[in-house]
Design a protein around this ligand. Structure first.
Ligand code: SIN
Ligand code: MN
Length: 268
């Protein structure tokens, strides 16, 4: 997939690009079947929430050495539509994934993600430069009702804001505080709802402010997030690093896959 100069310019201005219907229905079906399979595995790289222990986050699905290894997610990661696009935006062919995850925001129960920049956490993982992008793949249609993401256009130009450790949700992490967000939102365009049919893709900068609300609808909202870094920008050592499933130390450059549909092979 070749991005045009005007798409690259839009990414630089707004901090994100949207690609409606980039993956076909049958490819999304393969990925969803994989998620059903993976969510039955008992492993620490699967975060669950609530009394029923509903799976909330499946991590490191691209990595052949992970408990959640999946050939289909590996193909997705390396596909020209994903890795090819990330290479062009980061202007570097040697990329690896800092982490991959599937956020399963369950119907009725799935909870919010407060406003944050991903680089708030990744800087603390020892990564020096905000030269990272996330490729988000919608596995269900995303709507405001089922907890789609919101982006604040151009907010990546603020660079990294001071994070505060947010313990208000099932998954604690570094986010922006309310005072900061009031100021930022007073000075930026309105947030845009990142909606689309299953198969739609958004690519966003690691300093772009984003958040999502509760899933109030009767349908699940699953999204895959593939977080690319350049090999040259791999993290330096930090005290008490986060676990490997959120801070990969497999810095081998990912090979670009063939331009073909996502499938699953036996035993994957
Ligand atoms: C994230 O920003 O990491 C997750 C947001 C979401 O799944 O809604
Ligand atoms: Mn995020």
């Amino acid at each position: 997939m070749r991005l045009s100069p005007s798409q690259i310019a839009t990414f630089e201005k707004d901090g994100f690009l949207l690609f409606p219907d980039l993956f076909e229905t049958h490819e999304i079906a393969v990925l969803k079947a994989e998620i059903e399979r993976l969510s039955k595995i008992e492993a620490e790289c699967i975060v669950r929430e609530g009394d029923e222990e509903t799976p909330k986050i499946l991590l490191q699905v691209h990595d052949p050495d992970s408990a959640t290894a999946s050939e289909a997610f590996r193909q997705l990661t390396c596909s020209p539509r994903v890795l090819g696009a990330a290479r062009q935006i980061l202007r570097d062919d040697a990329l690896y994934l800092h982490h991959s995850k599937v956020n399963m925001k369950a119907a009725i129960q799935g909870s919010t993600w407060p406003w944050h920049q991903d680089f708030m956490s990744w800087k603390l993982d020892g990564i020096e430069h905000p030269d990272m992008v996330t490729v988000l793949i919608m596995l269900h249609d995303a709507t405001p009702m089922n907890g789609c993401l919101y982006f604040i256009p151009g907010s990546h130009h603020l660079h990294r804001l001071d994070p505060h450790y947010d313990t208000s949700t099932a998954y604690e992490f570094w986010a922006a505080d309310a005072h900061t967000m009031r100021n930022v939102m007073a000075q930026h365009p309105d947030p845009v709802a990142v909606t689309g049919r299953a198969g739609t893709v958004a690519i966003f900068h690691c300093n772009l402010l984003h958040a999502s609300g509760h899933n109030l609808s009767a349908v699940d909202r699953w999204h895959a997030f593939l977080c690319f870094n350049t090999v040259a920008n791999r993290p330096h050592e930090v005290e008490n690093p986060r676990p490997e499933y959120v801070r990969s130390t497999n810095w081998e450059a990912l090979p670009l896959g063939e331009n073909r549909a996502i499938t699953v092979t036996a035993g994957a």
